[in-house]
Write a protein that binds this ligand. Sequence first.
Ligand SMILES: C[S@@+](CC[C@H](N)C(=O)[O-])C[C@H]1O[C@@H](n2cnc3c(N)ncnc32)[C@H](O)[C@@H]1O
Length: 235
Amino acid sequence: MEMDTKQKFDGYAAQYDEWFMKNDKLFTSELRLFLKVLGDIRGKRLLSVGCGSGLFESYIDCSGVEGIEPSRDMGEIAVKRGVNVIKFGLIEDVDLPDDSYDIIYFNGSSSYIEDLAPVYGKCRKALKEGGRLMLLDVPKESAFGFMYLLGKALGTYDHEYLADAMPSLPYPLALASSGVWHSTEEKINVLKELGFAKFSYYQTLVKNPLYTNEEAEEVIPGYKSGGYVAIIAEK
Ligand SMILES: C[S@@+](CC[C@H](N)C(=O)[O-])C[C@H]1O[C@@H](n2cnc3c(N)ncnc32)[C@H](O)[C@@H]1O
């Protein structure tokens, strides 16, 4: 079924890509994390849930990458970038084939999904044995998470409490405000309850947001310091 209701990212496709292009060092840090966790994808079947405009996928060979994206504005750009968008819709509304994917990943999309358990459960079923679910996000507990939640609560970033503490080009307030911003441990607990037992974690954007775009950062193991964190859970 085609989507015709307005989605959170409708109307923001150009602004979203532009924001990353202007924050190029931040983007490079996140891209490094994305490339690190995906690893060698040759011959693998992948699903990108909330593939957006396919910006990150444009840096990999995405011939084996399928996408699901509710925002038509975003998804149409992803198609042009070579992602095989199998559904313009929400992950909640998609039927996925059982035991079929090597990798299913959510790059920033869990932060726009309220109820994670049914969605991750559906993805677990769709993974092959030994397949991996990868969740890359801004953690609620990170400096970025606090900044977005404060912006959301205040309805602006332009507030005396935030004076001199904000990066010059913060993530669009509308997109920060429509985010759900889960903590990393909340997601780990959901995954454990679904039966995932083997985990690894990587992170980047360890500097405070004010300085994040000064230079690209390396990927480091763990999840307790980063402003962008990847959870990898194996089926
Ligand atoms: C922060 S953007 C990330 C886009 C892309 N993955 C990237 O990294 O550039 C979050 C994306 O998740 C999508 N999204 C939001 N809710 C979703 C849902 N329930 N199912 C699938 N995608 C969703 C949004 O439309 C948006 O494109």
